[in-house]
Design a protein around this ligand. Structure first.
Ligand code: MD3
Ligand code: FE
Length: 207
């Protein structure tokens, strides 16, 4: 049963501790496998080339990438080594089917690794053609404060703390709202081999 957080936009659901410790370890193992083929790269802001503070990789047919020259987009190959992304793990396809009723599977799972001091500023996820599809996220490792705003960049936000194993579903209105990660409790968890927080976001890209 999806739990709707108080005062959050419609369509937002938080499922605390959806994955137990054993399943979390299994997901981290899948990430370790994936990044052998498609190592973490440093995403850059369009135009300025300023590095994001997270490093990223992807699972699936398509992966989200960004650089100075070409900006935000989905690509079927790793931006540095040109290899395909590791296939989407079955456990993530199953998650998508269990928490959404979207008719198609996600082609992309963005893997963001938050290390010491990493944050994510307020942004919209609008690089997908399938704007009607939800986004599903899995948090692993150190907990973080996730903040949700509205459809405009400015204005009030509501925060919740996301812990390892938590799943968040952004459907409906919430899918089109600004959001950010304002703090990571670095060093809290030992789940991630070199420390920090891993966030997986499952996305349907094509219509
Ligand atoms: C709300 N990641 O990768 S996950 C991202 O915790 C991203 O690392 C955050 O925002 C993190 O783009 C948030 C939850 C999430 C994911 C997608 C959303 C919230 C969202 C899309 C629209 C609105
Ligand atoms: Fe986002």
């Amino acid at each position: 049963m999806l739990q709707t957080a108080k005062n959050f936009p419609r369509g937002f659901a938080h499922l605390p501790f959806y994955f137990d410790a054993a399943r979390q370890a299994q997901l981290i193992e899948a990430v370790r496998e994936g990044v052998k083929q498609a190592p973490f790269f440093t995403p850059q802001m369009p135009r300025t080339g300023r590095p994001l503070s997270v490093v990223a990789s992807n699972f699936g047919e398509l992966g989200w990438v960004t650089d100075k020259e070409r900006g935000y987009r989905y690509e079927s190959m790793h931006p540095v080594n040109g290899r395909s992304w590791h296939p989407m793990p079955d456990v993530l396809k199953t998650l998508w089917c269990d928490v959404t009723d979207y008719p198609d599977l996600p082609e992309a799972c963005l893997i963001n690794w938050y290390r010491e001091g990493s944050k994510m500023g307020a942004h919209l996820d609008n690089d997908e053609q399938a704007v009607g599809a939800p986004v599903v996220s899995v948090s692993l490792g150190d907990s973080a404060i996730f903040r949700m705003g509205g459809k405009k960049r400015r204005g009030s936000t509501k925060g919740i703390r996301l812990f390892s194993g938590d799943v968040v579903v952004m459907a409906g209105e919430s899918r089109h709202c600004y959001h950010s990660v304002s703090k990571v409790f670095f060093g809290e968890s030992t789940l991630v081999p070199k420390g920090g927080r891993i966030n997986l976001t499952l996305r349907r890209v094509r219509l």
